[in-house]
Design a binder for this molecule. Structure first.
Ligand SMILES: C[C@@]1(CC(=O)O)c2cc3[nH]c(cc4nc(cc5[nH]c(cc(n2)[C@H]1CCC(=O)O)[C@@](C)(CC(=O)O)[C@@H]5CCC(=O)O)C(CC(=O)O)=C4CCC(=O)O)c(CCC(=O)O)c3CC(=O)O
Ligand SMILES: NC(=O)C1=CN([C@@H]2O[C@H](COP(=O)(O)OP(=O)(O)OC[C@H]3O[C@@H](n4cnc5c(N)ncnc54)[C@H](O)[C@@H]3O)[C@@H](O)[C@H]2O)C=CC1
Length: 215
């Protein structure tokens, strides 16, 4: 049995965080980007979590964990430093719910990798719980290989791909061009604009010939 990587859409999904310390804070910082509806269950919370609560970004219930807190959750994050509490959350979690245990990779069914984004490019590293430090170190090394220019490059690749779908080029030619653009010289913004102009022209020519665009 091994954990496999998945990307997840948490928009509007209920995420319940048990615990309000530094680990919970780190997770919440990350989760806020996802559009999840975050509820924190914890008698005490950090300054940063308190600010999120005061500004309405998250819900906080200032009490100890009880089974009823997690019954309608989509994802449960266990982040207290009390192993007895963590065990009782694990026991109470419905079997179909996603559970992350920050204190033990294998006791839940999802783990958090080290990750970073460059716009629509996202890169994640996991060590199956063996060494979070190594994940973080590998992330730092990979970050230097993919600089901020990748954000725009991804947008360029997306636009190009959409335009190419609307041209009358053969599938083979389209694939060849898409592959050709996976080259460092296309990180250059001038080359990007020239390429997009060329693709746009091909689409317009197709339209003016009265041909329907591809579906
Ligand atoms: C299972 C998992 C939790 C999950 O999935 O929720 C987990 C578990 C544990 N972490 C522990 C400790 C530390 N974790 C970090 C850092 C990170 N931990 C992250 C993920 C994960 N950590 C998941 C597995 C990821 C994988 O498989 O590689 C990262 C990658 C991502 C993130 O947290 O967002 C993030 C780096 C982010 C970045 O920089 O990018 C540091 C370093 C630091 O803080 O600087 C330390 C201290 C040094 C040390 O102990 O190694 C302990 C022991 C606690 C204790 O001793 O009390 C446990 C429990 C255990 O397993 O023992
Ligand atoms: N995944 C990771 O990256 C890391 C995980 N850890 C693990 O995460 C655990 C938590 O670490 P920290 O956040 O630093 O601990 P912490 O001590 O700062 O916070 C613990 C939180 O749990 C809350 N809590 C205690 N009893 C509770 C209960 N009955 N119900 C609800 N909330 C309760 C407290 O109010 C507090 O907010 C540690 O046990 C550690 O093993 C630690 C470092 C990194």
């Amino acid at each position: 049995m091994t954990f496999i990587p998945l990307m997840i859409n948490l928009n509007e999904k209920k995420v319940v965080v048990i615990g309000g310390g530094s680990v919970a804070e780190k997770r919440i910082r990350h989760l806020k980007e996802s559009g999840a509806l975050i509820t924190v269950i914890s008698p005490e919370i950090t300054e940063e979590i308190r600010k999120d609560w005061e500004t309405g970004k998250i819900k906080w219930i200032g009490k100890k964990f009880e089974t009823a807190d997690i019954q309608d959750a989509f994802l449960i994050l266990i982040a207290t430093s009390n192993q007895m509490v963590n065990q009782s959350v694990l026991k109470a979690a419905p079997s179909h719910v996603l559970v992350n245990d920050a204190t033990d990779a294998h006791s839940g069914n999802v783990t958090f990798p080290a990750s970073f984004r460059r716009g629509r490019l996202s890169i994640s590293i996991s060590t199956d719980g063996a060494s979070p430090h190594l994940s973080a170190e590998i992330k730092r090394r990979i970050q230097t290989l993919f600089d901020e220019d990748y954000e725009e490059y991804l947008e360029f690749l997306d636009k190009s791909r959409r335009l190419l779908k609307q041209t009358s080029l053969s599938n083979q030619m389209r694939k060849m061009l898409l592959k050709e653009m996976i080259d460092e010289r296309f990180l250059n913004k001038d080359i990007q604009s020239t390429t997009l102009r060329w693709f746009t022209k091909m689409v317009e020519e197709r339209r003016s010939n009265g041909e329907r665009p591809r579906e």
